[in-house]
Design a protein around this ligand. Structure first.
Ligand SMILES: [Zn+2]
Length: 295
């Protein structure tokens, strides 16, 4: 009897021990897995934070762009670029325009104020579109400092009315409206063009026949889609299928062919300028050496 009892206890405790050992092991495995997952998540968070820090500073974004451009094999700009040329005027959050920036403003045939130098190509583009059955409407053009300020203030007030505190309202407004002094509309070289059948400046605008036509043909008249969908980080403005900027046919065609935004074009032009200067200096040194050798 005792033997049976002891045997039973041994069997039972053996079973219990192995049960607990299995339980312990699976518990341990689960714990390890969890620790692994936590570590992975932590690493991902750190990675994201690092990424975030790298991109928080817009100057750094621009520097990253310059490096990326160097690595890409982009054909050399096939024409002379003078970056002081009015056509290449770069206005963005990092490059605000002077409050008193002035140029000759004229009215287009539908009363929009633009830089006199781009009136002709702009109207030629609208006419060409009309011939292809496009009902293009310029809905916004020159915007001075005061107008920019009013737009920004109204937008902030609008969000505050909706219940946001001022800071959130400011950033929300900033998503859609350029900070005063940084609007390209101030140059007189930018216009917003929509289809008459769909006049809202929204995502659906991109699907209109007019937006598609402009995207395909604007460069032929010297215009670029200034804020493309895949360049938001560089332009610092969300995609706008309606905002066109005059840069001249040569630059517009080159930028379209090589998928560059104005920020990239200017950066590339700067790099090429530097390279040319270096080559010239080297050539001068070589010539001097030759002269020395001949003497
Ligand atoms: Zn615009």
């Amino acid at each position: 009897m005792l033997v049976v009892l002891v045997g039973g206890v041994i069997v039972v405790s053996g079973a219990l021990a192995s049960y607990f050992s299995v339980w312990y092991q699976s518990e341990q495995a689960a714990k390890n897995e969890l620790t692994g997952q936590l570590k992975e998540a932590q690493a991902r968070i750190e990675e994201l934070e690092a990424e975030n820090a790298a991109y928080r500073d817009k100057e750094e974004v621009m520097a990253a762009m310059a490096d990326a451009l160097e690595e890409e094999e982009i054909p050399e700009i096939p024409f002379e670029v003078d970056l002081d040329d009015w056509k290449y005027l770069l206005v963005n959050e990092l490059n605000p325009l002077a409050q008193d920036y002035e140029m000759e403003l004229v009215k287009t045939y539908d009363g929009q104020k633009v830089d006199a130098r781009m009136k002709e190509p702009l109207e030629a583009m609208i006419d060409a579109g009309a011939k292809d059955g496009m009902k293009l409407l310029i809905c916004s053009s020159y915007r001075d400092y005061k107008k920019q300020n009013t737009l920004m203030e109204n937008s902030i007030a609008n969000y505050v009315r909706k219940g946001l505190d001022y800071k959130d309202a400011f950033f929300k407004a900033k998503e859609q409206i350029a900070l005063t002094g940084t609007s390209e509309h101030h140059t007189g070289l930018a216009v917003d063009i929509v289809g008459k059948g769909h006049q809202s400046l929204d995502r659906a605008q991109a699907d209109t026949a007019e937006a598609k036509w402009l995207n395909e043909h604007a460069h032929e008249y010297g215009f670029i889609l200034r804020y493309p969908e895949d360049k938001e980080e560089l332009t610092m403005i969300t995609y706008e299928s309606w905002h066109f900027r005059y840069v001249g046919v040569e630059a517009a065609t080159y930028m379209k062919e090589n998928d560059l935004c104005l920020e990239e074009f200017v950066e590339l032009a700067k790099t090429q300028e530097k390279l040319k200067e270096r080559e010239q200096t080297q050539a001068q040194i070589m010539n001097k050496d030759d002269d020395q050798a001949r003497k």
